[in-house]
Design a protein around this ligand. Structure first.
Ligand code: AMP
Length: 278
């Protein structure tokens, strides 16, 4: 049975441990559900939080229009999660927030370069959810790779005794990474959107085949994407452990899952992000 709660104090005092948390902003899709199934496999109790976090949106972003459908979200979670925690804003932000967490320089690159408010909001809301719900494990998606990387960094640096589990990206049949924001895509944009993953995959293949001029490969990829109407924010090969740029593809060549191609692009009013390990 799944119980909807709006306040953390409604969680029973003694919960079968480990408790696994899946933080979301709702608008649930099969990607979120895969994370919840993973949580179920990892723990004895599962709580899914649904909270559209105002502090991670800039004033010109889509906070107001972000897809919200708590009833539908709860129906999808029925029997999978033990609790759905959907707090009002006042529970998370009882007063004007004045304490923030200073994140490392990697938070100001990639998504952090074009969305400077974003990771600061994510770090504070995730810390609050951890404090309110006290999970031992939290599951995040690889789709938001930089976010998952920063959260691992956060729990390590702040000595939080929480294991961050990262679930692989769940995709539509045509390769598009599932996202609540895909609902914004027009029919024509939806046709072009899978190009992002396709281009990431082709570029990764080229690097695996031994092409070492990463700068040229990424420039070609950006050109391909802008030809189909995307405004590319970044398309870059990074060290998956440090997020440092990799200029020469021969770097870290032999170690598995240590190089990752990360990309973000705007298609109409929709921001798409995606990545593939090389
Ligand atoms: P969101 O509701 O978009 O904030 O996402 C909540 C969690 O689900 C985050 O950890 C995301 O990385 C993860 N997530 C979103 N989309 C996917 C996907 N297609 N595959 C795997 N995880 C995802």
């Amino acid at each position: 049975m799944t119980t909807l709660i709006h306040h953390a104090h409604e969680l029973p005092q003694s919960i079968p441990q480990p408790l696994v948390l899946v933080p979301t902003m709702g608008g649930l899709h099969a990607g979120h559900i895969a994370l919840v199934r993973r949580a179920r496999a990892l723990g004895k109790s599962v709580v899914v939080s649904i909270f559209v976090n105002p502090t991670q949106f800039a004033p010109d972003e889509d906070f107001e229009t972000y897809p919200r459908d708590l009833k539908n979200d709860c129906a999808q979670l029925e029997g999978l999660a033990d609790w759905v925690y959907a707090p009002p804003v006042a529970e998370i932000y009882p007063e004007t927030q004045s304490v923030w967490i200073e994140l490392p320089p990697a938070s100001r690159e990639l998504c952090g370069a074009s969305r400077p408010h974003f990771f600061r909001g994510v770090a504070v809301v995730v810390t609050k959810l951890f404090n309110l719900l006290r999970p031992q494990v939290a599951v995040f998606g690889q789709k938001d790779y930089q976010q998952a990387w920063l959260l691992r960094h956060l729990v390590r640096q702040l000595n939080m005794n929480i294991n961050i589990d990262i679930h692989p990206i769940v995709r539509e049949d045509d390769g598009l990474a599932m996202s609540s924001r895909n609902a914004y895509l027009s029919a024509a944009e939806r046709k072009h959107a899978p190009r992002l993953y396709e281009t990431l995959s082709h570029t990764a293949d080229a690097i695996r085949r031994g092409e070492s001029n990463v700068t040229a490969l990424c420039a070609q990829a950006k050109q391909k994407l802008s030809d189909c109407g995307m405004a590319v924010d970044y398309f870059t090969l990074r060290n998956a452990n440090t997020l440092a740029p990799i200029e020469n593809a021969d770097e870290n060549k032999t170690a598995p899952q240590t190089r990752i191609l990360l990309a973000a692009a705007q298609l109409g009013k929709t921001r798409l992000i995606d990545n593939v390990f090389v």
